[in-house]
Design a protein around this ligand. Structure first.
Ligand code: FEO
Ligand code: CA
Ligand code: CA
Length: 636
């Protein structure tokens, strides 16, 4: 690393170059479009499932995708198109903090792990660090969960020891690492500098917003209900215009055991059951070493998980904050945009079968001129849940205490109660039960919102609806939303199906690609993480294809505008057993980051399914960087 590593200009320089700039441009463009095109874009919306007639008021760019698609793969390898290459940026165990010891598979300790890159990387966010925003930056990467049988030699299916549990806890959370571009165009870890950070399952965090301090969140260890150790099962996330990262706690129920200790009619037991905390031992068994994960001993600890956590990558000593105003559920992601008046809107899905799609609208507007003024924007606002109606319309239903369905007569005490028991509140309002909402992304071109619904094998054929039209839904689908008045804060929207996933080569596959000929599209299944590039092309990462269409997971690109709308192409395939996470692009779009999660998941240390990335056992989850050999923009 060069001596310049700590010479980052003020965050304002980088911010002006990146996400804030993009949002501001989008905001301005949409303001102009609204003025030009008074009619809503969904004016000509046909019934769900049919191809939309393009709006004549919008000039639609033709697609810029020009890569040669890769074929399906079952290989234990990363495969990218011809004239592209990839390299590992950071793998499990790589040093994050200065002085971190080298990774030693046979002698791993919690202390070492807490200074090294964690396990099962998922969300990836790039923040430029210099006036050359595409040359040096911070990568914030979260670590969703651990797989003890792949981490500890000889463990097999046995329960991990206390020491091993502590290693697992240290392998959770988030890594913030400084990266720099090499001569070959790929990014790699820089020497650990002042921004590098590890957040683990033991790091002290703050609870903020309307539910902070409420009775639900108080424990014997924290009578204030405002401080919590760690963040768990961090799945996807988002970035804010003020350059912080949002990381989402998803399947937190897996960590809590002993639920049978509470009487079945105890309100806490009822809520734990609603969130899937079952009687008996937890999946992870951490309660054997840390009583806070034992519901019988600490009945409220589980209420302190299932939140969106905001981390400031430019303040390594600042405590991350769990933003309770955004509700408590199994958050997949938290994708941010701006309303017409500058208020901040955050979309988030609850990834479980038959759960809901939400959005949060802040009370106050983003201040682009004063970073500090935005610090607590996500503590005040309104949380909504989505109802999708059969005629292609939809409503955002406010989860506000005192409104119909959410009063004391309905069993809710106050807004903190509504937010801690978000699922029950959404039940009460009649929200639409979806097929596992995963990532949600917003088009930078027109603000349309895309929702990945990964699958739902438990939906019966006679329990379908217009927005979840297949039962069982093995392969998942993607919905396209248009907010009323082209304003992200609207309380109503129009919606349509963008794609119905599956293998189009199979008879009666039921696939649909926004009207494009399915025979020209590859198999795709279980859409999970989404990304938009600057041209408004949607990128879809998958999780679960080996079990459905029989090929490795990977990354796909699909134009959603112009003549090529619906023409899906496969860009990358991942190693055996791995899920495709991330994805993320640099501001210029000339480097793509993918998080390769759980390579070799179906194997064991004795019979490895994968030896990726280094040809050794065990396989190691890693973030990779993909670039074009000629340095051009990815996909074009
Ligand atoms: Fe952690 Fe919904 O994927
Ligand atoms: Ca995911
Ligand atoms: Ca995403």
């Amino acid at each position: 690393m060069s001596h310049e590593s700590n010479a980052r200009p003020s965050p304002d320089v980088a911010r002006a170059e990146t996400f804030a700039d993009l949002l501001a441009r989008r905001f301005e463009r949409r303001r102009v479009l609204r003025a030009v095109a008074a009619a809503p874009l969904f004016l000509a919306l046909p019934t769900a499932g049919c191809r939309r007639v393009p709006d004549p008021n919008i000039r639609v760019p033709s697609t810029s995708l020009r890569f040669e698609p890769v074929s399906a793969s079952s290989q234990d390898a990363v495969r990218v198109p011809a004239h592209y290459r990839w390299n590992v940026v950071a793998r499990w165990g790589d040093p994050v903090l200065p002085g971190a010891p080298p990774w030693d598979f046979h002698a791993q300790t919690a202390n070492a792990q807490s200074r090294q890159f964690g396990y099962n990387n998922d969300f990836v966010a790039y923040f430029p660090l210099s006036e050359a925003p595409d040359e040096r930056g911070l990568l914030a990467v979260n670590h969703e969960y651990t797989s003890a049988e792949h981490m500890f030699p000889g463990l097999g299916k046995a329960r991990p020891s206390r020491e091993q549990i502590d290693v697992e806890m240290a392998a959770h959370g988030m890594s913030i690492v400084e990266i720099e571009r090499g001569e070959d165009g790929g990014f790699r870890l820089a020497e650990p500098g002042r921004w590098n950070r590890r957040i683990t399952a033991e790091t002290q965090l703050l609870l903020s917003g309307p539910a902070a301090g409420s009775e639900w969140l108080r424990t014997s260890r924290d009578p204030s209900g405002r401080r919590v150790a760690g963040m768990l099962y961090n799945c996807s996330g988002g970035k804010t215009p003020w350059d912080t990262v949002l990381t989402c706690e998803e399947n937190f129920h897996n960590y809590f055991g002993g639920a049978e200790s509470l009487p079945a009619d105890d309100p806490r037991a009822v809520d734990h059951a609603r969130y899937g905390i079952e009687p008996g031992l937890s999946d992870y068994g951490w309660e054997s070493a840390h009583p806070r994960f034992d519901v019988g001993r600490e009945p409220n600890e589980a209420f302190r998980f299932g939140w969106v956590v905001e981390v400031d990558p430019f303040e390594p000593n600042a405590m991350p904050r769990k933003r309770t105003a955004l509700g408590r559920f199994k958050h997949e992601a938290a994708s941010v945009t701006l309303a017409g008046d500058g208020r901040v809107v955050v979309y988030s899905g609850d990834d479980e079968r038959f759960e809901y799609v939400y959005k949060f609208v802040s009370r106050d507007s983003w201040n682009p001129h004063d970073r500090a003024a935005n610090r607590d924007l996500l503590d005040h606002g309104t949380l909504y849940v989505a109802r999708f109606d059969a005629d292609g319309s939809g409503r955002w239903l406010p989860l506000e205490f005192g409104r119909e369905g959410l009063t004391t007569a309905d069993g809710f005490r106050d807004q903190a109660d509504v937010l801690v028991r978000t699922r029950s509140a959404a039940d009460a309002l009649g929200a639409t039960r979806m097929d596992r909402p995963e990532d949600i992304e917003i088009s930078p071109i027109d603000g349309r919102v895309y929702v990945a619904l990964t699958n739902n094998t438990k939906r019966d054929a006679d329990d379908t609806d217009a927005a979840n039209p297949r039962g069982p839904n093995r392969d998942g689908h993607v919905l396209e939303l248009e907010e009323s008045g082209d304003d992200a804060a609207a309380e109503s929207f129009r919606w349509d199906v963008l794609i119905l996933c599956g293998d189009p080569s199979q008879p009666d596959s039921g696939t649909y690609f926004a009207g494009w000929d399915p025979e020209e599209c590859p198999a795709i299944s279980c859409p999970d993480n989404l990304l938009f590039d600057a041209d408004g092309c949607l990128w879809i990462a998958t999780d679960g294809q080996p079990g459905t269409v029989g090929v490795n997971d990977g990354l796909y690109a699909i134009p959603v505008r112009g003549e090529d709308r619906g023409h899906l192409r496969r860009f990358a395939t991942l190693p055996a057993g791995a899920e495709c996470c991330g994805p993320e692009l640099t501001p210029a779009g000339d480097a793509l980051f993918l998080a390769v999660q759980h390579p070799g998941e179906k194997g064991s240390l004795e019979k490895p399914q994968s030896t990726w990335p280094d040809g050794t056992n065990p396989p190691r989850p890693a973030v990779i960087c993909v670039v074009r050999e000629d340095g051009g923009r990815i996909g074009t």
